[in-house]
Design a protein around this ligand. Sequence first.
Ligand SMILES: C[S@@+](CC[C@H](N)C(=O)[O-])C[C@H]1O[C@@H](n2cnc3c(N)ncnc32)[C@H](O)[C@@H]1O
Length: 413
Amino acid sequence: MPAPDGVPARLAALKMLDAILRRGQTMDNAAQHARDLAPADKALASAIVGEALRRLPDLDALIDSATRLPLAHDAKARMVLRLALAQKIGLGTPDHALVATALPLVDGGPRRLVHGVLGTLLRRGLPPIDAPRLPEPVEARWREAWGEDVVAAARRAIARRPLLDLSFAHDEQAQAYAGGVSLASRHKRIASSSVAALDGYGEGGWWVQDLASSLPARLVPAGATRVLDACAAPGGKTMQLAAAGHEVTALDRSESRLARLAANMARTGLSATAVVADAAEWAPDAPFDAVLLDAPCSATGTFRRHPEVLYRAHPAIIEQSAEFQARLLARAADWVGPGGSLVYAVCSLEPQEGEERIDAFLAERPDYSIEPTSPLLDGVTPHPRGWLRILPGMLEAQGGLDGFFAAHLVRTA
Ligand SMILES: C[S@@+](CC[C@H](N)C(=O)[O-])C[C@H]1O[C@@H](n2cnc3c(N)ncnc32)[C@H](O)[C@@H]1O
């Protein structure tokens, strides 16, 4: 018998949530569970999982308030209930559709329990949860690093999908683009989430890039001729650097991600020399005028678009990342000529991957010093130490920013 309408999307969502929470998969990898669905169902499955991950601790508290014995964290009944409640709160799905699509997922299992809990909670009425709690270890870490106000801002930020930021090769193109708000040169912020449907996608005048993520490439001095983008794919920053007129070498160890970079460059009509190599092994023939090291990291700064990072970035992963970043920084420092620039960036909200990396680097490399960053965005003041630290709550009224860290280092000898 075919499954009732809407059940295949919920079944895929259940498998995806399980893959993310129990097996630590990324949303992109987990989405393979939805690969056989029609595009609309695929999008629905991802949307349901996203809404559940945005509010997981609060959804769990609701579930616990309606059961006599707490369900195990990874119990199927809890997973199904999380998805059903997330649909109600995040997507406004009607009660009858929630129940009709949740119960088949627990056929032959805890059907009565799920039915009972859902019934109790729906009768009580669900709160909107518009400033959901983050996972407790993340809140504790960020409270210690950044304070209570930043945690409160992160709670407000995770509740909603961020607006779309477009980067343009030239400011005239940004100004000529109809609609949206410009918060920086070569930038427009758009209230839409469908990229391909936007004007000018085919013509390649712009690319999607969170405004915070566009800041590090803006630190590369205009006078630098030969520039290395050391962890370049899929190429957001490579496109900025090429559009600014630098001669760019784009290095990445992932061939498939570099293929995406090549497609992005072709679409936008920009050019760079691509190199597939491991930055921990590779060395250039001659020093560069500037190196941009957008290092692989825990990516916790992207939690608004990828709430699953908060469940993947355990302290051990952050520590491993920080060790690798230290290695890459040490190598990249040798690829810069005297007087040249090294811009280090991570889309992370963990001080170990940002501030602490730079302090440790400067202690090892007296031939480098920090070049204080000039203000790049109204409402974002560079840190007194000279670097840029982007936190939840910054530009909140305009739609916020991803968490980011960027430092401009200059080789003095
Ligand atoms: C943060 S992403 C870069 C995003 C990119 N800069 C942009 O703006 O579109 C980090 C990149 O580092 C690459 N990477 C990870 N380890 C690497 C290594 N050892 N050598 C070179 N690239 C590496 C990954 O494949 C990934 O594409």
